[in-house]
Design a protein around this ligand. Sequence first.
Ligand code: GLU
Length: 615
Amino acid sequence: MPHLARRVSATVSASGLAVAAVLVGSPAPAEPASQTAVSQRPTVKDPFAVGTGGAISTVDPEASAAGLKVLKAGGNAVDAAVAAAATLGVTEPYSAGIGGGGYFVYYNAESGKVRTLDGRETAPMRMPDDAFIDPATGKPYNFTPELVTSGASVGTPGTLATWDKALANWGTLSLADALAPATKVARRGFRVDETFRQQTLDNEVRFAAFKDTKKLFLPKGDAPAVGTVFRNPDLAETYDLIAQRGTKAFYRGKLARLMSDVVRKPRTTKNTALPVPAGWLTARDLRDYRVRSQKAARTTYRGHDVYGMAPSSSGGTTVGEALNILERYDLSAMTPEQALHHYLEASALAFADRGKYVGDPAYVDVPVKRLLDDTYAAERACSLDPAKAATKPVAAGDVTAYDGVCGPATAEGTTDADTENISTTNLTVADQWGNVVEYTLTIEQTGGSGMVVPGHGFLLNNELTDFSTVYAAGDPNRIQPGKRPRSSMSPTIVLKDGKPFLALGSPGGSTIITTVLQVLVNRIDLGMTIEEAIAAPRAAQRNTASVTAEPAFIAAYGPALTALGHTLVPAGDAFTSAAEIGAATAIELGPRKRMTAVAEPSRRGKGSAKVVDPR
Ligand code: GLU
């Protein structure tokens, strides 16, 4: 396939000025995926940058560099976000890529409005209600290994369509130009770090189960070594193909048929012991996929306007409801332990409602307005005892009848089975005109379904594991053909006096919600700077008997919170080696156009923040 030539595209910027964005195509010939000891740039991770003229924060220096280059060439925040996301598809292939989905939140400086795109994966039309019941036993499949590593959990990917729509709506670059920096990284390679190697090792058995995955990610029978260069020429070719032919190269024709084929007949290695159930994705599902444009979920919090993602994500309503509950208390006047107690309790209450009410609004009537109503929050706050942790799970509220007046205690609650995982990636961008993007994208589990599309260099998602496993009639998140599984992704943009103040988001499955909530509380209520707010140790209360917490959180607040009735258990699960919660990125916008870009100072191998004109 011919490679992209150097292109100069005359584009019109968000401010209406004509700019010339010069993006370099990919000169190098295709090479096999390989590791060599060549040093490549850029590898320095700096999680903090202050300046003007544009800013970007991601988990990865290559992705941040790609976005920064676009900003410097006169591209806007949307252009940079797509360029960075496409690069994350190369350097964070286990967390995100064109085989997955995500949610894109955009503040338009010209209109002063926040817009969102729902690029969530959908259930194939042939997926049966009982898809997660093993026909051989009549019992639900185990989450691990059956569902996690399977065709059965592969949803119709939405990421490429999201990039295309974001650019068409608000960008200045063509899709081809926005993909060019990522294509270059895929072809020349990037330096393997500890995180990449460890994530590969965490997935070794799954990856070894598929011929194509093994070839790409376990090239010499082992995870790529730290410090070597990892190339993905197949992905470069795929991006080239899309650059030439547009999204139809993915959603129609040969590649669409290949994806369907792989999902319906997983190409496993002979000697794998993994069961790998087949799925239902068809070329027609791909052809019919549509990104949804929709209104943000909005609430106010202590003089701020908080815009989050509306369903199919539960992020906006759950963060928003918890904030509304917390707004009833003066957290800034409390000790940190008291404030954190309120944070944990409000989170549990909001999670109870998330489980009862939130699903894909195309299939379920989600009471977004009521969940974000201050009177409703007042009534929910009746169940928050400032001196004692409630017994979990707490019951969901009644959105059909509330007056904000405390009545007798409600019934016992149920815990929503949490099948979400802790992969995913997030990025934040602001440009010189004041446009802001917050974008969370994922292939669900670290490593997705484990299945690489043969010859194309990307992994397919296992997002459908976010559906409830067992079919129950009243469950808003039960499997239905064509439906989007409920997400926790919470890309959030906060305005103050009508202007962007803070944009933030994180990976982390259902702890995404608690991470975003906790960072907001840290920043707005507890007097922390944004970098302190992100660095601070985290804990997550998702309406479960115990609170999941980072070891540093337990060390700092464990005794005081235990005395209030909380049970804290260290974070970490069967899939990851790290006892961490989230990997946030944020940009704070201050006076005189100052931008503070922040990423994690240590979690997930630390992130990369950059500004156009550093101070
Ligand atoms: N699938 C999860 C969600 O949509 C995200 C996965 C993760 O962050 O690990 O909420």
